[in-house]
Design a protein around this ligand. Structure first.
Ligand SMILES: CC(C)(COP(=O)(O)OP(=O)(O)OC[C@H]1O[C@@H](n2cnc3c(N)ncnc32)[C@H](O)[C@@H]1OP(=O)(O)O)[C@@H](O)C(=O)NCCC(=O)NCCS
Length: 246
């Protein structure tokens, strides 16, 4: 059991912060000006929370991942977690250690962000979104409610991922253990849009500005600025000229 650090050595907490008494701030934490931390938040060691960020009830920041040998992938621990300026971390969010989030990003209720993720600035990660390990997300990207972002995935800037989207990284479905070289999530390039409930299979690339229709199962790469839909997803047409971005 982790006990609250009574000495609180090595912490740097700016005097212009508000931290609820019920929250638990561990050792080696840097909390900057005008940060607000509401009730029952836990901040683990090696966390930096930048200026004017607000963290709501029950959130957990910088949690080291646990490994009980049911997971074949080795887990990283002890790295810094940085929450950028002006972010909102909603109730019951869990952000693991070794995560960096840019400024003005909103993380919605119950979202979970695993270790080694990098999330850009001005992003919206909505309620119940799960982002697995080592995934990179650019700036101004929106991921809507209850979508699942797999490990080793790359998502560009200005991407829109609708609700209930599933992404995967292993066609072996764990039968061959964890092989870093082979476990690859999809790549979604800038300005692409993914419709509600779509499934993106391991390693597929969604080209810049492409649109994936709701409910599609994407089994192959999608060229830039094409609309695909169906199971398996097929190219239907080009993105309309007036709606092309990027
Ligand atoms: C990609 C999308 C925008 C296309 O919609 P659209 O422009 O109205 O589609 P089109 O008019 O080009 O449809 C062409 C044909 O494909 C069919 N079709 C449209 N969307 C389809 C889909 N997702 N899957 C399968 N077929 C689809 C249409 O019925 C039409 O068939 P028809 O020619 O036999 O009548 C739409 O499918 C979609 O995915 N919307 C996303 C909704 C969403 O997630 N919004 C975010 C809110 S959080």
């Amino acid at each position: 059991m982790i006990k609250q650090n009574e000495k609180k050595t090595n912490n740097h907490i700016d005097p212009h912060t508000t931290i609820a008494l019920s929250s638990k701030i561990m050792n080696n934490v840097d909390i900057r000006k005008n940060v607000i931390i509401h009730d029952f938040v836990t901040v683990y060691p090696n966390v930096i929370i930048e200026e004017s960020t607000e963290i709501f009830e029950g959130a957990v920041i910088g949690k080291p991942p646990s490994s009980i040998k049911v997971v074949s992938r080795p887990v990283s621990t002890g790295q810094k977690t940085i929450i950028g300026k002006g972010c909102i971390i909603s109730p019951h969010v869990t952000i693991y250690s070794d995560v960096i989030i840019g400024e003005m990003t909103l993380i919605g209720d119950n979202a979970s962000i695993r270790e080694q993720c990098r999330i850009g600035s001005h992003c919206l990660i909505a309620r119940n979104v799960a982002i697995n390990y080592n995934t990179k997300i650019g700036d101004f990207t929106k991921i809507m409610d209850t979508s699942v972002i797999t490990g080793n995935m790359v998502i560009g800037s200005h991407v829109f991922i609708s609700l209930l989207v599933a992404t995967t990284n292993d066609n072996e479905m764990g039968r061959s253990g964890y092989n870093e070289e082979k476990i690859r999530g999809p790549i979604i390039e800038d300005y692409a849009c993914i419709g509600a409930g779509a499934n993106l299979l391991p390693g597929v690339k969604i080209g810049k500005g492409a649109i994936v229709g709701a409910g599609s199962v994407v089994t192959k790469d999608v060229p830039a600025k094409k609309v695909v839909m169906g199971i398996p997803a097929r190219i239907i047409r080009d993105v309309e000229e007036d709606k092309k971005q990027g």
